[in-house]
Write a protein that binds this ligand. Structure first.
Ligand code: GDP
Ligand code: MG
Length: 370
């Protein structure tokens, strides 16, 4: 669209409208949430709030891929989506495994067993948290490079017996650049030589002030190995989420992001989608990146068949006619004809783009971030 309201712009970034208004005020514009912004102004606001602007092409508008804006009264609280980052061997995988076991809703299906790139745990309080199960900075960076905003907050794991290391600093920088709040998990508290205070001191040198140091970054001492204080970490995540006021409208056609996708023998293209807004249902016609298909089946991280998926729920879907890329967006459209058109158009665009990009530059970009 040519213009976008302040409210809708904030919704799409999952930021508060007041923060967008504050940025606009700094730019000398006094506006209300209903003010229409032109694309250039909107883009400045998006950058100022630490996001990557993504212009919607006119073609997407024409084919109806751009959803209607949500009314405030339709917005409902949704679970946070969390990414775990940190230096190699500081315990990212161990922590993801340990957190997976804190799920209380597994029932007879027997726990979270499938690795679909993301999982959601339900805590005994009933609160839910979605974790991206793709540790490492690449997935995060790759998604950001594609303009996908998937993560609401980042947990940075620091081993208490090792302290701040190069990839810790990199993780801190990623979170800051993306304007995503961080929580520090001081891991390996059971290990000989563990010192949480040393970690806090070192963080200070990198401009991260945890609460004990007079700042507002939450930190939690944990042991992934001994399963200690995982509940405290989850509490911190929920506390931080409340501040962020994470909301989405579940009653609309689903939109979201592709977390991962692959071709599986005997199953065909399999994609893990994370619903950002709306509700995804079996039978929906989906365009994901340049691929499309009818959702034939949806499976969650416990291997259970689902009929529908609400905001922040990751699901593995069958039915696409090809594998999209991680970080691609997806939308539900109302007819197969439309889906085919969009997919064709996007494939054309991809071919054009490939002609103009030198592979070395892209590869160089990602290998630097490893
Ligand atoms: P990643 O590279 O960040 O994914 O780290 P891993 O989860 O693979 O853990 C690296 C090593 O640290 C493994 O040998 C783990 O068993 C060990 N480790 C992870 N968490 C803890 C912990 O809380 N305490 C101790 N003592 N060791 C841990
Ligand atoms: Mg690992």
């Amino acid at each position: 669209p040519e213009v976008i309201t302040v409210q809708e712009l904030a919704n799409r970034m999952a930021e508060k409208a007041t923060d967008a208004i504050r940025v606009l005020m700094k730019m000398g514009m006094m506006v209300t949430i209903n003010e229409n912004l032109d694309q250039d102004t909107a883009e400045l606001v998006v950058r100022e709030l630490g996001h990557l602007p993504k212009r919607v092409s006119e073609a997407d508008v024409e084919i109806g891929l751009v959803g209607e804006e949500d009314n405030l009264e339709d917005m409902q609280v949704r679970p946070p989506v969390v990414t775990i980052m940190g230096h190699v061997d500081h315990g990212k995988t161990s922590l993801l495994d340990a957190l997976r076991e804190t799920d209380v809703a597994s029932g007879e299906a027997g726990g979270i067993t499938q690795h679909i790139g993301a999982y959601q745990v339900t805590l005994s309080s009933g609160a839910r948290i979605t974790f991206l199960d793709t540790p490492g900075h690449e997935a995060f960076t790759q998604m950001r490079a594609r303009g996908a905003r998937v993560t609401d907050l980042v947990v940075i794991v620091v081993a208490a017996d090792d302290g701040i290391m190069p990839q810790t600093i990199e993780a801190i920088n990623h979170a800051k650049a993306a304007n995503v709040p961080m929580i520090i998990a001081i891991n390996k508290m059971d290990a000989p030589g563990a010192s949480a205070d040393r970690v806090r001191q070192e963080l200070l040198q990198h401009d991260v002030q945890v609460e004990a140091m007079g700042g507002d970054v939450l930190d939690v001492e944990v042991s992934a190995l001994k399963r200690q204080n995982l509940d405290k970490l989850e509490e911190a995540i929920l506390l931080q989420s409340e501040v962020l006021e994470l909301k989405a409208n579940p009653n609309r056609a689903a939109e979201g992001v592709v977390v991962e996708a692959k071709l599986e023998k005997g199953r065909g293209p399999v994609a893990t989608l994370l619903v950002a807004r709306g509700t995804l249902r079996v039978g929906d016609i989906v365009v994901a990146g340049a691929e499309w298909g009818k959702v034939r089946a949806m499976v969650d991280e416990r291997g259970r068949q689902l009929d529908e998926a609400a905001p922040a729920r990751p699901v593995e879907i069958l039915g696409l006619n090809g594998a999209p890329s991680a970080g691609d967006d997806f939308s539900v459209v109302d007819s197969e004809g439309r889906a085919r058109d969009v997919s064709q158009y996007r494939q054309q665009q991809q071919r054009k783009r490939r002609q103009f990009t030198t592979p070395t530059s892209i590869e160089g970009m990602f290998s630097q971030l490893k």
